[in-house]
Design a binder for this molecule. Sequence first.
Ligand code: IVH
Length: 661
Amino acid sequence: MNKNDAKKLIQKLRDDINYHNYQYYIENNPVISDYEYDMLLKKLEALETQYPDLITSDSPTQRIGGEPLKGFKTVEHKIPMLSLDNAYSYDELREFDERIKKNITDVQYICEPKIDGASIALIYENGVFIRGATRGDGIKGDDITSNLRTIRSIPLRLQGSDLQNAEVRGEVYFPISSFKKFNKEQEKKGEQVFANPRNAAAGSLRQLDPRIVASRPLDTFLYYISYSEKDFKSQEKALETLRTAGFRVNPLIKKASDIEEAISYCKTLETKRETLDYEIDGVVLKVNSFAQQRELGSTIKHPRWAIAFKFTAKQATTRLKDIVIQVGRTGTLTPVAILQPVQVGGVTVSRATLHNFDELKRKDIRIGDMVLVERSGDVIPQVVKSISEKRTGEEKARAIPRKCPVCESDVIRTLDEVAVRCPNKQCPARLKWRIEYFASRDAMDIDHLGGQTIDKLIEKGLVDTIADLYSLTEKELLTLEGFKEKSVRNLLDSIKKSKQQGLARLIYGLGIRHVGKYASQLLAVQYHSIDELAKKTAEELTQIHGLGDKTAEAIATFFATEENIELINKLKDIGIRTKETKKEGRLTGKKFVFTGTLPSMSRPDASDLVMKNGGMVASAIGKDIDYVIVGADPGSKYEKAKKLGLTILDENEFKKVVGES
Ligand code: IVH
């Protein structure tokens, strides 16, 4: 190929990749597989290697830049980043509205979720991303361009011509679901854990090595154009412009025609708070018209045209009664605070995580302290700090245990001394986790097998592996405290029933790292038997649409471990279904997505119906989805489904399709 052709092809590949990137990260609607996407990128990389002088900074191959930085440059914001005035009650919002109406009439508000992340300012020149900074003190911030470039929802080149030379602002956040997984992984590795998703986002942006940032699932919402060549009439138009330029704009933003409508938005959003995968700590109300905004102006600290309504804080103080040690699935010892029960954001909290012994020491938290407790998102409550002013001198520090509190093995500590772990692979604590996971609702769904029962079974030496569950006898169970004939029969029945749960649930229940519900279904549909799956190499596994490298690697490792093969063989001997006759149900090959609350069915029951009939349940909307089942209060998936013209059904229609009506 001559250079001219290469140049054309490079441009075409970049456009294609940018388009697919947008579909994936902004629209949440991938139209090609991860594999196909990777192939496009590889092709582009190859061409750019051949013609290095054709590489430009906005090429999708250039997200992760070279070497780690020594430190961040300080940069001055062209326009100071003001913070917002706060309101803590609806009456304060009404007062805000009164103040505005002194100067102007006929005001509409744009109501936006207040994202609890790290704020950023991005500068584009001729449509190309050239600089990104943290808020800092509002006047000066850190230049974190190379970190921001790794975030896929930040376009390196803008679409269309409305924004060319501009500064835009928004928030970087760490999705709550990923945050939980991330912290667990960090804990396992003995690395830094973060107190909440906001700290995780801010902490990630402060990494000096962009490769580390690239490995974290950071995401963004943009909400403000601080300058541009073009004038916009309103916040509504500005948001629309951001969206068409390729930024992610929050889908829950709404216009309110007066303050009462804005207040009811606040109320509704507060009830939705727990269902979102990102943290919000309130609602930002903005006067919609930019002419009106200019008229209102700003004080030195805040704009007069906006206000942040803060949700009730999810913090409280209480007494820390004890610090107990919990042993996790991989043997990590974690200190856990036992609290005087206290209401935090409407939930009674009596336990909170203290993460690790390092943190315990750093925060100097002692038994008997009064402590500040926080609940963020639906993340486990945590102890923020001790209130040392309230100390009496009776408080006691908790030393790092030398022995595992469960099996009494000598503990080991990693070099950096963050993680303390029990080295005993047979430790009952680990076994307990494994059994709980195996029996959980989404796995083998064994009713009547809760944590306390598992404890008792292990204590009595009745189970050493998952497989032992299936040889439990009535006589043995009757020796457990609190077990009567009826409860024994119930438990034995549900254990027996679980044998028929099928391959997807079994795979999920094995607790292979990175293998969630959807991956388990994919694997079951693809390979039809656990033996077939066990034979696959990581490479072969990556060929399956939707499976990432890490997952494939983890599966291969799992089946390369002798203990695990032994377990599988035992499960087969017991008669657990490890094969899936190619399900020729009425839904074979059909993919479903659920959104919203169904009137009479729970999500797991509805998913089960689909799977029993040979269908699959996916979590994201894409062109390949056959049916979208919509209940009350559907999320953005509904909008996407409509846009794509997918088949949308309500519960009744769904029942007809699965043959249940
Ligand atoms: S508007 C001049 N909108 O809240 C307008 N801010 O104290 C500046 N934030 O520093 C901000 N979500 O980090 C705006 N939808 C939203 C927001 C938002 C979160 C943060 C932002 C800002 C702070 C205000």
